[in-house]
Every structure is written in structure tokens, then in C-alpha cells.
Design a protein around this ligand. Structure first.
Ligand code: DQA
Length: 199
């Protein structure tokens, strides 16, 4: 299996890299203790070792469907394509990324709550539709004390009115929308800049 299941993900079986049963969630790249108890980063693609700053990239509901989901709005890239591009960008910035997707609000909340203890230095989040509905995701972000960049593939302000309001933005240092999958890479660049400047 590619990657590990994240906290709170006991059920559901992956059917392909980004295609999961409704109660499942998915993560690639994890830190695990080695024999001496030291945390070692595994990127899910063979790399194991130390990383300086680790960024958690969270994706909410329906983003596992990218590639086939309304491509005229979200583009042809799959979430796997976006993740691969993020890894390249992260490496060039001296960062490591851990990429996760869940359709479940509570799983996203758990991941956000656990991010500081997990050794993450920052968070990129595309909360999907929870952007427009979830006080729970907002509250988790407000309490996690990490720099947060909010990303949307589409320009949410050009779309239906209910997409114009984001609960998440109140907790975000920056918001990027309308650049498709490239927005995630812009978010990593923004975070690198913030981290280099000491937040
Ligand atoms: C989205 C925009 C949201 O309104 C929508 O519900 C999504 C994707 C985006 O990336 O453009 O699922 O977050």
C-alpha cells in the first residue's frame, strides 16, 4: 500500500491511490520512530531521513476526485499529480510535505489538532466544501498555532455566492485561489518565506 493511514482512519479500504470508500481517509508521508526512538521521515516513495521543516498539506471532501471531477472548473490534474508537483517544489525549497485527504470533517479536525505535536512547521489546507460550512475546522485551525495557507483550485469569488464566504480564512495567514493545482506550490513558497523570516 502507498503511504500510511492517518490517525482516526481505522475503517475503509483504498481502491486506488486517491479513490477510497466513503469512510476512509488517506495520507502519504509519515514520521515514524526508528529503533532508537528518533523520528524519521518516510515520504512513501522510498525516501527516509531527516527533514528540516515539514509542511502538512490537507485536502477536504471530493478532492480525491480531481481529474474527473468537473474538470472545466478544477482542471485535469489528479490529487496525485498535485502532490508530485508539491514534492518537487518542497525539495527545491528545503521543505518536506506530508499530503493527506479526507472526506470526513472530524478527521480533518483531528489532523489539524495533532499537527503541532507531529512536528509540522506549517499547514496548507484546501478544505473543499467545508471551507464554506465548518466552524469546527476553523476552531481547530485557530487553536493549532501554526502558519496556515488556505488554497482553492478555483476562483471561489467568481462562482456561486455561497462559495464567496470562507470560515477558514479567519485562521489563514494567506489565501490563494484560482491558480488550479499550481496554487498549492504557491502556498509552499509563501510558507517557506514566512518560515525563513521566522513567521
Ligand atoms: C474548492 C472550492 C470549494 O467551493 C469546493 O467545494 C471544493 C473545491 C477549490 O479548490 O476550488 O470542493 O475548495
Amino acid at each position: 500500500m502507498y503511504g500510511d493511514r492517518g490517525p482516526g482512519c481505522q475503517r475503509g479500504a483504498p481502491t486506488s491511490r486517491y479513490s477510497y470508500s466513503a469512510d476512509a481517509c488517506y495520507t502519504t508521508g509519515v514520521s515514524k520512530p526508528d529503533q532508537s526512538g528518533k523520528q524519521v521521515y518516510h515520504d512513501g516513495q522510498g525516501y527516509q531521513g531527516e527533514m528540516t521543516a515539514k509542511i502538512l498539506v490537507l485536502n477536504g471532501p471530493n478532492l480525491n476526485m480531481l481529474g474527473t471531477r468537473e474538470p472545466e472548473i478544477y482542471g485535469a490534474q489528479t490529487l496525485g499529480d498535485i502532490e508530485a508537483a508539491c514534492r518537487t517544489t518542497a525539495t527545491s525549497l528545503g521543505l518536506a510535505v506530508e499530503f493527506r485527504q479526507s472526506n470526513i470533517e472530524g478527521v480533518l479536525v483531528d489532523w489539524i489538532q495533532q499537527a503541532p505535536k507531529g512536528g509540522f512547521a506549517g499547514l496548507v489546507i484546501n478544505a473543499g466544501a467545508y471551507t464554506h460550512t465548518s466552524v469546527a475546522v476553523l476552531d481547530a485551525l485557530l487553536s493549532c498555532d501554526l502558519p496556515v495557507i488556505e488554497v482553492h483550485l478555483s476562483n471561489i469569488f467568481q462562482r456561486e455566492e455561497f462559495r464567496h464566504h470562507s470560515y477558514i480564512s479567519k485562521a489563514a495567514r494567506g489565501v490563494i485561489c484560482g491558480f488550479g493545482g499550481h496554487g498549492y506550490r504557491l502556498a509552499l513558497e509563501g510558507l517557506a518565506e514566512l518560515l525563513n523570516k521566522g513567521n
